[in-house]
Design a protein around this ligand. Structure first.
Ligand code: FES
Length: 160
């Protein structure tokens, strides 16, 4: 096990349970990585290494999957994750402006986490709510047609 602190061991124990449960499925890797990210909050190299060893697959394959999908993160994420939709409809209706407003309000760039660990700003492809474009999702909550800074700050304040 990668670390012997009791809290961390507990996380690895949970991960092992997930691996044992899913291992027999067809193509279980993405599901296991999803759950691993839920357990650890992100997917550091040591977690990827552990999964590779347990599943007997090359670490390069895990790394390839983790870096291919932008919902996987190798860095610790903030308490709240802001996913700005950059699908075509949202892009046309002002996603770049929404991103700029978040960046200015939070003093971070796309892909970064605020110093206080409260927010991570990231992007997603179409979330299926195009009629509400421009759309962003904070944790599991979807917000649409937010094109004014005042509105955006009000929403952010509810998470502060
Ligand atoms: S393009 Fe943003 S929800 Fe579809």
């Amino acid at each position: 096990m990668a670390n012997n602190s009791p809290a961390k061991n507990l996380l690895y124990q949970k991960l092992q349970e997930v691996i044992d449960e899913k291992k027999g499925l067809q193509n279980p890797l993405i599901e296991i990585l999803h759950q691993a990210q839920g357990i650890f909050g992100y997917l550091p190299a040591e977690v990827q290494q552990y999964i590779a060893e347990q599943m007997n697959i090359p670490i390069g394959k895990i790394y390839g999957v983790v870096t291919f999908y932008n919902f996987f993160s190798m860095e610790p994420r903030g308490k709240h994750v802001i996913n700005v939709c950059t699908g075509t409809a949202c892009y046309v209706k002002g996603a770049p402006k929404v991103i700029q407003m978040f960046e200015e309000e939070l003093s971070i760039k796309m892909g970064e986490t605020t110093k206080d660990g409260l927010f991570t700003l990231t992007s997603v492809r179409c979330v299926g709510a195009c009629s509400l474009a421009p759309v962003f999702v904070i944790d599991n909550e979807t917000y649409g047609r937010v094109d004014a800074r005042k509105k955006l700050v009000k929403i952010l304040d509810t998470y502060r």
